[in-house]
Each structure stands twice: as C-alpha cells, then as structure tokens.
Design a protein around this ligand. Structure first.
Ligand SMILES: Cc1cc2nc3c(=O)[nH]c(=O)nc-3n(C[C@H](O)[C@H](O)[C@H](O)COP(=O)(O)OP(=O)(O)OC[C@H]3O[C@@H](n4cnc5c(N)ncnc54)[C@H](O)[C@@H]3O)c2cc1C
Length: 344
C-alpha cells in the first residue's frame, strides 16, 4: 500500500475547499455581472425627445442606453432649416441640431446602440427589451419612439421632403410667404393646416381624392369660407417636380373619376393625411388612445410604474421639436425620481 505524503494527505480537503471557493467566486461574478448588466434606464428612440431625455439622464449619472431605431435622429434629421427652436436666432439645420444634441448626450456618458426594438416585456422589473439579436434588462424605460407622418407613397415626395414637401404647417408655413401651395387631405388636420397656411400663402389649393370629406362640419365650413382656399376634388397627386432641382415647382394630378391628368404649378406641398405613432410594439401593455398614441398622466407617466413616454409618441396635438424635448426632460427627471424611490 502506498503511503500518502503529509502534503498529499491534505490535498482532498484543500481541493474541496478550493472548489467551494471557486464556486462561491463564480456565483459572485455572475451576480455582479447580472446586476451590472441591468441598465438603470433605456431610452427607445433618438429624436428630440429621446436625446433630451438622454442628456438629463446622463447628467444624473444614470448611464442611459439609447436604442436608435430605424431613423436615428428622428424626424428632424429629415428636414432642412428649423427656425423655431429657441437659442438659434438664425435658425439651425435639423440634422445639425440633432447631431449637437447627440454629442451633448455622449459627453455625459450616454451609450447609443443601433437597431430597432422588436419586443418589450413590461410585466415585471427589470423590464426586458429586445432589439435585433440583443436582449437588455432595465430598471426604467423611456419611450420616445415618435410618430411617422403618413405620406402619399410616391418616390418624388420622399426626395423633396424638407425641400418644399412638408408634413408640418406650424414648422414650415413661414417659408411660403406670398406663395401658392397645396395641402393634401380631407380630415380635420388638412382643414386646420390649410386654414393656418393662409396666413402666409397667397393661395392654398386643397386636394382631396374624394368629393366627400372626413373633416367635421365646423372645420370644413371654416375652410370653405376662407377665400384664400380653393378645393380641388376628386384628385390625387401622382408626381411632384422637380427632384433634380431639389425644389417643388409643380405637381401632376389625376382626376380619380375621369383618370385625366394635368399639371398644377406650386411652390409647396403639405401632406396632411395623418400620423401613425410608433406604438404597435406596446399594444396590450401600455394604455393608448383610439389612434394608438400612448396615454400619460402626471406628466410623462404611463400606466406601468417605471415606464415613461415622451415626445410625439404621446402627443398628437403639438408635435414640435421643443415640446418633444420638454417632455423628454420630464421623463428623465421622473425616471431618476422613480429609481431613487426604488433603490434596492
Ligand atoms: C419634415 C419635418 C419638418 C419639421 N420641422 C420642424 C420644425 O421646424 N420645428 C419643430 O419644432 N418641429 C418640426 N418638426 C416636428 C418635429 O420633428 C417632431 O415634433 C419631433 O421630431 C418629435 O420628436 P420625437 O423625439 O418625439 O420623435 P421622432 O423625431 O419621431 O423620433 C422618434 C425616434 O424613435 C425611433 N424609433 C421608432 N420606433 C423605434 C423602435 N421600435 N425601436 C427603437 N427606436 C425606435 C426612431 O428611429 C427615431 O429615432 C418637423 C417634422 C418633420 C417631419
């Protein structure tokens, strides 16, 4: 029988201790990694609302993660001159305003990840957010996914968006002082935008594909009574010219009854056929109104504690960069307070 040396005789005990130590250390590492992979706040969307929320959350040491979505920078990244954002007396290009805000958020420690969120589980905290192949966990969530303006669906309008084609009369009406412009749509929004635009335009032609309107009688009557507005029905726009010169000069229109086409000179086309909030993802979890906009209470709070909404995703009324930014600020402050209250 081979006699074990005293050193070897002690090994089994030491080995057992070593394994336990290793196991405990591993558990600690897993716990540590687990705790640290849970974000304090994730922000869905990088438009004005998301970026402002990021600046505030980052300055509050929350190390926010922003998930960019399909449209980094949001709607302002698609436009040219923004003249109504305070602080820029000569105006600022939309993409520049967005780039500045992004840099400001990064400066205080915001992390950005590209990719759109495909699912969110808000049934328990930490919330789970899936974007592409990545799954994230977060103690709080700011939804700033915006809204997308419905477009006519023709190639040329896409190229001329921000160059004479607009979806926002409040934003761009000022640029069309003394010009002839077109508004497309048949609902209350179209009537409201057409009426508003008569403050600037020489003439507004309201084009609608049907002879009947969805607009309420009061809005329709007000537009009809305005001598600067001319109604053109039942027509659709088939093409906006001129993509090459990057400015709107005329449109080709078609009579939907006779199919006859003709051209109409104009300096601008305002598409006013509605917006779709980017909220399908949250159906069944977050409260929404009949048009899919998230409903909030006490500022940016949703029906789920720890989930906040900011910007156009919850606002179909103002839809402005400054109001989106303002609500992004509110959402970040509320997220910070929420995290403070629920500090483990
Ligand atoms: C052509 C144009 C010109 C405009 N001009 C002006 C102007 O001069 N002045 C003004 O005040 N306002 C203007 N506006 C309006 C202004 O741009 C909006 O009110 C503002 O951008 C709203 O900001 P937001 O952050 O709420 O949403 P958005 O800007 O719509 O941003 C939404 C963000 O959410 C992201 N997102 C969406 N779905 C997902 C998802 N599933 N996962 C991850 N991310 C997602 C998008 O990628 C995007 O980054 C203009 C709008 C347009 C379209």
């Amino acid at each position: 029988m081979v006699q074990k040396s005293p050193a070897l005789a002690g090994r089994p005990r030491n080995d057992t201790m070593g394994c336990l130590d290793w196991f405990a250390a591993l558990v600690c590492i897993i716990q540590y990694l687990g705790e640290n992979s849970v974000h304090k706040v994730i922000i869905i969307g990088s438009g004005c609302a998301g970026l402002t929320a990021a600046i505030y959350a980052a300055r509050a040491d929350l190390n926010p993660l922003v998930l960019d979505g399909y449209e980094p920078g949001g709607q302002l990244a698609l436009t040219t001159m923004v003249e109504n954002f305070p602080g820029f007396p000569d105006g600022i290009l939309g993409p520049e305003l967005i780039e500045n805000s992004r840099k400001q958020a990064q400066r205080f420690g915001t992390e950005f990840q590209s990719g759109a969120v495909t699912s969110v589980d808000m049934s328990r905290r930490p919330f789970t957010v899936v974007a592409g192949k990545e799954t994230y966990e977060t103690e709080s969530l700011i939804i700033a996914a915006g809204a997308s303006a419905r477009m006519l669906g023709i190639e040329s309008e896409r190229h001329l968006l921000g160059h004479g084609v607009s979806t926002c009369a409040t934003c761009d009406g000022f640029f069309f002082r003394g010009k002839d412009i077109i508004v497309v749509g048949g609902g209350d929004t179209a009537m409201e935008e057409a009426t508003f635009l008569t403050k600037f335009a020489k003439k507004v032609t309201l084009i609608h594909r049907r002879n009947e309107f969805r607009a309420t009688k009061i809005m329709l009557d007000r537009a009809r009574a305005n001598e600067k507005i001319e109604f053109l029905t039942p027509y659709v726009i088939e093409e906006v010219h001129d993509v090459n010169s990057k400015s709107v000069e005329k449109v080709r229109i078609r009579d939907t009854e006779s199919n006859a086409t003709s051209e109409l000179e104009t300096s601008g086309v305002f598409v006013a056929i509605g917006h779709d909030p980017n909220t399908k993802l949250f159906k069944g979890q977050l409260d929404m109104d009949e048009n899919g906009y998230l409903t909030t209470h006490d500022g940016p709070k949703t029906n789920i504690e720890g989930v906040f909404a900011a910007g156009d995703v919850q606002d179909h009324h103002y839809r402005q960069a400054i109001t989106a930014a303002g609500s992004g600020c509110m959402a970040a402050i509320e997220a910070e307070r929420f995290l403070e209250r629920h500090k483990g």
